[in-house]
Design a protein around this ligand. Structure first.
Ligand code: CP
Length: 316
């Protein structure tokens, strides 16, 4: 089934795990159609005029929050940004009471990032507004996986048949979980690589190959995706020092030679330069790291548009 033959019917975007390949294709194709708006002198269309979006960020974010805000503004939605600091959460109001009060102001969509897995799902059950997961703990980060897939498609023309190496702190990463779901559903082979202490048990049950050396994981890869060491989610350091980690598991120009000659290098950010990736690789000719950020806006415009339920007749 191609994306032209399906319609988006979901109220929420909570994870990639529940999406079909056709839904993923529809999201990526819709993002493709929005991407040209970012190249116009006036980067604005009236598509979501009259719609209200609330951005609830309970965890730090640079890329995802800015990207959603820019996507909402480019689509002419009204948006407000909400964080713990300065809200009644500081007076002890619960998250669900906060959300129900915001719902009472009739938003159309709520974007939420939270440190606890499942919070977007809980809100989705209680709110009439569509809920978009902008990252929940170490569970899922669906719009990151979509923008990663969009970037890969732009460079490789496809996802099926590619070998994608995802390397680093696999245990604590929501990005890797969403990417594994998306890439395997779309026919790519995923190999996860890194230190045993940063590898979840039974990860192979997700349908991936597992390598415990960077060299084994990199061999023949079409796409190399590095992940940040997430010290804030580790109870204690899982390796002796940052220098030692870089020596064993850092992506260097020398190690990158093991991948395909035309392999691209990705990273969701924020990067720990000199820890999981050398600066000359991060800034090198194979790096598409800043392109990922650019494509994030188009992908989030597509998600907002499809979840808003705007029909062609409403657009005109
Ligand atoms: N990739 C990503 O989620 O970055 P931020 O934490 O800056 O949003």
């Amino acid at each position: 089934m191609t994306s032209e033959t399906i319609r988006w019917t979901r109220k929420d975007l909570l994870g990639i795990a529940e999406l079909s390949p056709a839904e993923i294709g529809l999201l990526l194709d819709t993002a493709e159609s929005f991407s040209e708006i970012g190249e116009r002198p006036i980067k604005k269309v009236p598509t979501l005029r009259g719609k209200t979006v609330i951005n609830l960020f309970f965890e730090a974010s640079t890329r995802t929050r800015s990207s959603f805000e820019i996507a909402e503004k480019r689509l002419s939605a009204d948006n407000i940004n909400f964080s713990t600091s300065g809200s009644a959460l500081e007076k002890g109001e619960s998250l669900i009471d906060t959300a129900l009060n915001l719902q009472a102001m009739a938003p159309d969509l709520v974007v939420i990032r939270h440190g606890s897995p499942g919070v977007p799902h809980m809100l989705a059950r209680r709110l009439q507004a569509g809920v978009i997961n902008a990252g929940d703990g170490a569970h899922e980060h669906p719009t990151q996986a979509l923008l990663d897939a969009f970037t890969i498609r732009r460079h490789k023309g496809r996802l099926a048949g590619l070998r994608v190496a995802i390397l680093g702190d696999i245990e604590h990463s929501r990005v890797v979980r969403s990417n594994i779901h998306l890439l395997t559903k779309m026919g790519a082979t995923v190999v996860v690589g890194g230190a045993r202490t940063l590898m979840p048990t039974a990860v192979e049950k997700l349908g991936v190959e597992v390598a415990y050396s960077l060299e084994d994981a990199l061999r023949g890869a079409d796409v190399v995706m590095m992940l940040r060491i997430q010290l804030e989610r580790q109870g204690k350091m899982s390796f002796p020092s940052a220098k030692e980690y870089f020596r064993l598991f850092g992506l260097t120009r020398e190690r990158l030679k093991l991948a395909q000659d035309d392999a691209i290098v990705m990273h969701p950010g924020p990067m720990n330069r000199g820890v999981e990736i050398a600066s000359d690789v991060a800034d090198g000719s194979r790096s598409v790291i800043l392109e990922q950020v650019t494509h994030g806006v188009s992908v989030r415009m597509a998600v907002l548009y499809l979840l808003s339920g705007v029909t062609a007749s409403e657009e005109s």
